[in-house]
Design a protein around this ligand. Structure first.
Ligand code: FDA
Length: 316
């Protein structure tokens, strides 16, 4: 309920104006976003790398309704890949992309989006970077998986996110647990009915653990994306039991969420990657993070009252 209210209020134009123009508040948002453009995102990635963390960068630009807008995203990812490579971020950075931003809903549909995905992955590969596909709503799952399957014929390093809350995902994990396959396991950020999804937190957690066991037991490269310490502990135990050492799997978390734990886990020798959203449409992302955890409103209130810059490293 509170999540819905925060999300609705946060999206009001007046809220956007206040957050983006009030000194202090604007800086606080930087805790969760890597800036408005590729140069800022690369600086954020470099700062993470200096702390022993890896990064995956995701462009937040406007909705894509035309082929020209989707092409613009391809150009933006090419620019990002070039900048990451010039900054020497190659092995420690990768890029996260979504089917919708590559034109799934533009003229040309799935075929156009796959052609653009091929281009993004090829440009990244030339610069020594990997790409992972985010997973969107349940209607996009088949289209995303078939796109990944098609592009992997040429670029087997292309990774994909799978959402534990969908009932189908345990089977998808089995299908994708083969050698060379990079799978990011998440709980899932989109809602769906009980016919196709688990709808209670307990059932989603149980599904996450089953999927995790399949991936850890398989031959692929599991990327465990969660801030839930119970899931992280389970991942560490399952990795141990299946004889995986640290570079044979990794943890992922969002920029600004549990930053202290990110650094502590990396200091223990685990591979930890931080998801860094950046771009002109960073604001929508920011509202989602606040809505996910309304306690984050405390940070905003503090910034508004004190106008102090909140350190980007402060734990939530
Ligand atoms: P859970 O929601 O149970 O949170 C566990 C704890 O983490 C909370 O109690 C809180 O302490 C902390 N926490 C979580 N979110 C927080 C926040 N915003 N601020 C402060 N604390 C917070 N989803 C999807 O559908 N498709 C995708 O492609 C991706 N990709 C993706 C990449 C990466 C790197 C991550 C970390 C997550 C995603 N997700 C995603 C989102 C994912 O599905 C899920 O919604 C969130 O990670 C929250 O779930 P947790 O596993 O963290 O557990």
């Amino acid at each position: 309920m509170l999540r819905r209210v925060v999300s609705k209020v946060g999206r009001a134009p007046v809220a956007r104006r206040v957050v983006t123009s009030t000194p202090g508040l604007r800086e606080t948002t930087r805790r969760f976003v890597g800036g408005e453009d590729a140069p800022s995102a690369v600086i954020t990635a470099e700062a993470l790398h200096e702390q022993g963390l890896r990064s995956t960068l995701h462009l937040r630009a406007g909705d894509v309704h035309t082929a020209a807008e989707a092409d613009e995203h391809v150009r933006a990812y090419a620019e990002l890949a070039t900048r990451l490579s010039s900054a020497g971020c190659g092995p420690a950075s990768e890029m996260s992309v979504k089917m919708a931003q590559l034109g799934l809903y533009a003229p040309g549909g799935w075929h156009g989006a796959v052609a653009r995905l091929r281009e993004v992955v090829a440009q990244a590969a030339e610069r020594g970077l990997f790409v992972t596909m985010d997973m969107e709503g349940d209607h996009e799952v088949d289209q995303t998986l078939s796109a990944v399957h098609a592009v992997r014929e040429e670029h087997p390093s292309l990774g994909v996110a799978l959402q534990a809350y969908l009932r189908r995902t345990e089977d998808d994990c089995r299908m994708l647990a083969h050698a060379g396959s990079r799978v990011r396991l998440v709980k899932g950020a989109y809602g769906a009915g009980s016919d196709i999804a688990f709808t209670t937190p307990e059932d989603v957690d149980a599904a996450f653990l089953r999927c995790l066991a399949v991936l850890m037991d398989g031959q692929g490269y599991p990327m465990v994306a969660s801030h839930d310490m119970r899931m992280i502990d389970a991942a560490r135990r399952l990795a141990r039991e299946s004889g995986r050492r640290s570079p044979e799997w990794e943890l992922q978390m969002l920029l600004g969420v549990r930053s202290h734990d990110q650094r502590a886990l990396a200091a223990e020798g685990l591979r930890v990657r931080v998801y860094v959203p950046y771009g002109p449409e960073w604001y929508g992302w920011f509202v989602n993070r606040i809505a996910e955890k309304p306690a984050n409103l405390r940070l905003l209130a503090h910034a508004l009252l004190s106008r102090d810059e909140i350190r980007a490293t402060e734990p939530v």
